[in-house]
Ligand binder design. Structure first.
Ligand code: FMN
Length: 160
């Protein structure tokens, strides 16, 4: 069985944080929070305003929000489950910062997300340039749909 770590970024209402905790609890995995150096305020997250920080940073795919910490134990794991809220039909650029801040060579990255209703959309395509060719990125689960502890554990086991 591969060694797996759950990493997550959550900003608005803690929905992705709860999903990450449920996955980690169900499968007995370690968990790591991806935190921005400058936290997102309520105004930053008001996405109906297309000039708000979160929208501007997401639509400029070269933007790299700084991380608060650089201590994720990526080297100790084979499979990294990465969760985030869907932003602007894809993933927040802080996930690109995270992938580019560590050595993801030969790692297996599995995505999970929460959203207002959409699925993964452009997520994998937007993240691919941030990892080496030897790293795989696959879509895992959309956590908007509640899953029992048993089903979550089964899903994690199926990743091997
Ligand atoms: C900047 C921004 C863009 C968003 N874009 C989408 C979107 O394209 N599709 C969607 O279904 N939800 C979208 N949402 C809603 C979030 O994905 C949803 O509220 C998410 O579950 C929040 O998770 P969190 O509480 O962990 O931050 C967006 C939210 C923000 C702040």
């Amino acid at each position: 069985m591969s060694k797996k770590l759950v990493c997550y970024f959550s900003a608005e209402a803690g929905r992705t944080k709860r999903a990450a905790q449920q996955i980690a609890d169900a499968a007995g995995l370690d968990i790591y929070e991806i935190k921005p150096k400058v936290p997102y305020t309520r105004d930053d997250l008001y996405w109906p305003n297309d000039k708000c920080r979160s929208v501007v940073e997401t639509l400029d795919r070269s933007f790299r929000p700084e991380l608060a910490d650089h201590d994720a134990p990526i080297a100790d794991y084979d499979t990294i489950l990465i969760g985030y809220p869907l932003w602007c039909h894809g993933c927040p650029t802080i996930i690109n910062t995270f992938l580019e801040s560590y050595d993801f060579s030969n790692k297996k990255v599995v995505l999970f997300m929460t959203s207002g209703g959409n699925g993964f959309m452009h997520s994998a395509e937007w993240l691919r340039p941030s990892v080496p060719d030897s790293c795989t990125i696959t879509e895992g689960i959309n956590c908007n749909r509640p899953m029992s502890k048993e089903k979550l554990a089964e899903w994690v086991a199926s990743l091997d």
